[in-house]
Every structure is written in structure tokens, then in C-alpha cells.
Write a protein that binds this ligand. Structure first.
Ligand code: TTP
Ligand code: MG
Length: 358
């Protein structure tokens, strides 16, 4: 039997939760992310609601840029954006509730991020039935969580994922097998998973802007340029993807990072922030139901944006916050002296991540 897959993606997830919980935000642009500190903040935007996106504000943008865009909008007589911090515990709980609703109706569910999942709907037997199931799920999420989701339904994960973006927000888009190529062809090649800014720039040089253009580039050319990823591009541009929806997909890692207000090499300050970051990672690890970790990864970004990661795997998995702090510090301390930092570069950001979780 042919596959039918749905991809569900919550709309403006963190911002939508904040709007739901704070009626005073109604109609206002909302930005969730780092503290903007009056335009001097140095972190990034986690997400923005659609009103704020109309100002050009988006995920992963420097928060200072978002602040500037909001100030400019205000000068033009529009509303200033409301900036809110990330309340991850709250969003994780909402995420769990949404996934519960989904799993109640569908057996095989692969959650791929805090607000996204693939659902195997092959059991429904038809696209019509699949659409009905997804309308029910959307309605239940709206009723119980007062949030909207966008859904794409297609013959495989690739097409479902692309379809879920087509009618955002609150969308539901069905792409049947015979429609798939027509839907894909006009889209930019960079919407394909794994085609990042670098690959899409190289594809542009070949004259391939859209997926349709990409189909005209030969397989040989693509594999010469991109290796195995080239074969993937060749297949994806034809709408082909036979990866199954796999239930078990535990997050492979949990990490936190902190950007400092000023670049620094103050060892007292840095070791304290490193310990605090490790503690935050530990909290999230426990929240997500894990008790042990085997690998600790530390990230250090210098003022010039040169970024280093160092990792250490423990002989046996450990479960204590002290072990996490100790290992993170052991990896970090060389960056405070000539072992890893002979030119005494100032540090902009530190991060801690744990991997190999159980
Ligand atoms: P997305 O689903 O990518 O974005 P979104 O739900 O906010 O908006 P959309 O309607 O376009 O789906 O990500 C889900 C959440 O993950 C998002 O609300 C915040 C968080 N996130 C970050 O913290 N940083 C990021 O760079 C991105 C992309 C998301
Ligand atoms: Mg989303």
C-alpha cells in the first residue's frame, strides 16, 4: 500500500503560546528571544509572531536587529514590538500536550523538534481520510491548547514537510502524488532539506534557482559538485523520498549557550557562567526525562566569531550535575590560558551540550 504521510508544524510556536497566555498582547508584534537591552542586547530572536515578521523580524536574527526594526516601525506610526524572554519549561509542557493529542489519533509519530512531527497516515487508506484525521487533530489542538498548527499531507516525508509550509499559518495542504512535481517545481531549491545557503549559491551559479531548474542539472554534475548530497538533491528535486516515519527519535543532545554582554577574559566570571550553563543543561536533561549522559561538549566563541568545540566522552555514563560541571570546566579552562588561547582573545559566547543520553 502506498504511503501517506503528514507533517505537522505549530505556528509561531513560542510567540503563539505567549499571546495565548497574555491577552494584553492581542494585535501586537511579539518577539521571543534574548534580552534586547534597548538595542544593545547580543543574543538572537527565537521566534516572532506573524505581526512582527511583517517588520522583517525572524528566528535566529540578532536581537539588536529586531529591536532596530521595531523602532523603525514605531517611527512609521506602527506598534512597537513586545520583547519576551524564552520560557522553555512552559513551551516543553505545551509541546507534550500537543503530541499527546496527535498520538491519541495516530500510532506512528516521529517528533522532530519541539513543535514538529511526522505522522504515518497510511493506515487511513486514502488522502481523503487522512485529511479528515488531520482536520480533527487541528481542531482538537485549537480547542484544548488554543493554538494553531499547519499541516501538509503527501506521499512521503519530503512532500509533507514542504506542503506544511505552503499555507501557513493555520494551513492544511494536501499534495497528491500526481500534483507533487507541479508544486515543487516553482519553489526555490533552498527549501529542500540539506540545501543550505552554500549549496544554493553554487546551484545559482549553475542557473538552478528553483527545484524545476535543479531537475535539469544532470546527476553526474550534481554528484561531482556535492558528492552523496548531490544524489539526494537529484532524488528530492523529483519529489522522491522513501525514508520511513520512525517512532523512536530521542533528542540526540541537550545544549544551552550564553552570549555575554561584553566580550571578556575574566576567568572568575567565565567559570561561573560556565557552571551556570552546565546547571541549565542539567535541568533540561531531567525535564526531558533523561538521567544519564556520556559525552560533554563545550563551545567557545571568540570576539572575532572564531568558534571552537571540545568534547569528552566519559568511560561510563554519568548522571550527576557535578560530573557535568567538572567535565565542562575541564574542557573550558584551557581557553583561559595559553593552552587554547595563546593570543588572549576575548570570549563572546560559551555553550555546553550533553550527548549520548539515556
Ligand atoms: P519553527 O517551527 O521553525 O518556527 P515557529 O513555530 O516559531 O514559526 P512557524 O509558524 O514558521 O513554524 O520553530 C519552532 C520553535 O523553535 C520556535 O517557536 C522557536 C524555536 N526556534 C528557536 O528557538 N530558534 C530558531 O532559530 C528557530 C528556527 C526556532
Ligand atoms: Mg513551527
Amino acid at each position: 500500500m502506498a504511503r501517506i504521510i503528514a507533517h505537522l508544524d505549530m505556528d509561531a510556536f513560542f510567540a503563539a503560546i505567549e499571546e495565548r497566555d497574555r491577552p494584553e498582547l492581542a494585535g501586537r508584534p511579539v518577539v521571543v528571544g534574548a534580552d534586547p537591552r534597548g538595542g544593545r542586547g547580543r543574543g538572537v530572536v527565537s521566534t516572532a509572531n506573524y505581526t512582527a515578521r511583517a517588520y522583517g523580524i525572524h528566528s535566529a536574527q540578532p536581537i539588536a536587529t529586531a529591536w532596530r526594526l521595531s523602532e523603525e516601525a514605531a517611527k512609521a506610526g506602527k506598534k512597537k514590538a513586545v520583547f519576551l524572554p524564552v520560557s522553555m519549561e512552559k513551551y516543553s509542557l505545551v509541546s507534550a500536550e500537543v503530541m499527546k493529542i496527535v498520538r491519541n489519533k495516530v500510532q506512528i509519530v516521529e517528533q522532530t523538534s519541539v513543535d514538529e512531527a511526522y505522522l504515518d497516515l497510511s493506515f487511513t487508506g486514502s488522502f481523503e481520510n487522512s485529511e479528515r484525521v488531520m482536520r480533527e487533530i487541528k481542531a482538537e489542538i485549537k480547542k484544548k491548547e488554543r493554538l494553531t498548527a499547519s499541516v501538509g499531507i503527501g506521499p512521503n516525508k519530503l512532500i509533507a514537510k514542504i506542503a506544511s509550509d505552503l499555507d501557513k499559518p493555520d494551513g492544511l495542504r494536501v499534495v497528491r502524488p500526481k500534483e507533487a512535481q507541479g508544486v515543487l517545481d516553482p519553489l526555490a531549491a533552498r527549501v529542500l532539506p540539506g540545501v543550505g545557503p552554500k549549496s544554493s549559491a553554487r546551484l545559482s551559479e549553475l542557473g538552478a534557482q528553483t527545484i524545476g531548474d535543479l531537475r535539469d542539472v544532470g546527476l553526474r554534475r550534481l554528484t561531482d559538485l556535492f558528492g552523496k548530497a548531490g544524489l539526494n538533491m537529484y532524488e528530492m528535486s523529483r519529489g522522491r523520498d522513501d525514508s520511513p516515519v520512525t517512532e523512536e527519535r530521542e533528542p540526540k543532545s541537550v545544549g544551552e549557550q550564553e552570549t555575554f554582554d561584553e566580550d571578556t577574559l575574566d576567568s572568575g566570571f567565565l567559570t561561573e557562567r560556565m557552571e551556570k550553563t552546565a546547571e541549565r543543561v542539567y535541568e533540561r536533561l531531567k525535564q526531558q526525562g533523561f538521567t544519564r549522559f556520556k559525552t560533554v561538549v563545550v563551545t567557545v566563541r571568540f570576539a572575532n566569531f572564531v568558534t571552537h568545540t571540545r568534547s569528552r566522552s566519559l568511560k561510563v555514563p554519568d548522571s550527576t550535575v557535578d560530573a557535568l560541571k567538572f567535565t565542562a570546566l575541564a574542557l573550558f579552562l584551557p581557553f583561559l590560558d595559553k593552552r587554547e588561547n595563546p593570543h588572549k582573545n576575548l570570549i563572546r559566547l560559551v555553550g555546553v551540550r550533553v550527548e549520548n543520553l539515556s
